[in-house]
Design a protein around this ligand. Structure first.
Ligand code: C2E
Ligand code: MG
Ligand code: MG
Ligand code: MG
Length: 297
């Protein structure tokens, strides 16, 4: 845990920027260039209803937007290689703003396709909660784009909960009042106080992949998973299980009555275009058809 100057916030930023031997200033430069040159991309990973009658053809509920840096020489750089650095340098605020704008554009596109029942989940960093930055940006987005607030979900990791409670609670409640949904990410990996979590307005709880990996083979992991799922359910949250790679894992969580699955078994993060082609192709046809009908004299 790193203390941020005189600020009331504490952040849980790993020292990964230095761990892998690459100095922070090099990452800072790469991020700066990516912001200027427009190298950031949002990949979309599908999220499916767990209670789908046929897990081979599950019902799509929405997607999580996952950022990548498309570097002309390095190729696709994953977020684990630059988010921590961006949090240290403060560039995460600008990245976060870009992510939210881009998400709003995607939701507008879905709306154009007539898809208004699916949600888009974006990740937010603790730094974005400083000076109520994220709250103000969400307000601004909802004024500028014709999107349904309930189609937008903001994911924050459980570690965020270690931060200044009052300001955070105020902002989460204000975001919820805007109609935007809140999701508690990576649940079970932090040290949150349960009684504190319980009165924060999270509608979704995401079970971390680390509880899923060995759920088939380890009885202990299965019991842990069961407790986490039951806790979310009893607090009235929709439980989303992340990192599902095996059919057997899906079946175990399905039996627990979880709400949704996200994982390689069902779909990897993919470029927006690929996502649209795979999941919204019929919607596109519907729009062209409507256009054709409307333009017929
Ligand atoms: P996360 O929010 O917990 O996202 C889930 C991560 O698990 C993603 O990694 C996803 O690709 C990966 N994943 C999903 N299903 C599976 C699976 O079945 N098996 C395995 N092995 N992995 C799976 P990704 O895209 O590399 O993102 C890593 C983390 O980076 C995210 O974890 C999130 O904390 C952060 N991140 C991503 N995009 C953003 C962003 O726009 N802003 C911020 N602040 N953080 C972001
Ligand atoms: Mg997430
Ligand atoms: Mg997660
Ligand atoms: Mg994670």
């Amino acid at each position: 845990i790193k203390h941020e100057g005189g600020n009331q916030y504490r952040t849980c930023v790993r020292d990964s920027a230095l761990e892998d031997g690459e100095p922070l200033f090099l990452k800072e430069r790469m991020i700066r260039e990516a912001l200027t040159m427009g190298w950031f991309r949002l990949y979309l990973q599908p999220i499916f209803r767990a209670a789908s009658p046929d897990l081979e053809a599950p019902e799509l509920l929405g997607a999580e937007a996952l950022i990548r840096l498309e570097h002309p020489e390095l190729g696709l750089v994953p977020p684990d290689e630059f988010i921590a650095a961006a949090e240290k340098t403060g560039q995460i605020v600008e990245i976060g703003n870009w992510v939210l704008e881009e998400a709003a554009v995607i939701l507008c596109e879905w709306r154009r396709l007539g898809i208004e029942e699916r949600y888009l989940s974006v990740n937010a960093s603790v730094i974005q909660f400083r000076d109520q930055g994220i709250l103000h940006q969400l307000e601004s987005l909802l004024e500028r784009y014709p999107i349904h607030p309930s189609q937008l979900v903001v994911e924050v990791t459980e570690n965020l909960m270690l931060d200044s409670k009052d300001s955070l609670r105020y902002q989460l409640q204000a975001i919820r009042r805007l109609g935007v949904n809140l999701s508690l990410d990576d649940f079970g990996t932090g040290f949150s106080c349960l009684s504190y979590l319980h009165d924060l307005p999270f509608g979704i709880l995401k079970v971390d992949r680390s509880f899923v990996m060995n759920v088939e083979t380890s009885r202990r992991d299965r019991e842990l998973a069961r407790v986490i799922v039951a806790m979310g359910q009893s607090l009235g949250m929709q439980v989303v299980v992340e990192g599902v790679e095996e059919r057997g894992q899906a079946e175990i969580f399905q039996a627990m009555g979880v709400h949704a699955f996200q994982g390689y078994l069902f779909g990897r993060p993919m470029p927006q275009q690929a996502f649209e082609t795979r999941f919204h192709a019929n919607a596109d046809a519907r729009v062209s058809l409507l256009k054709a009908v409307r333009s017929t004299p």
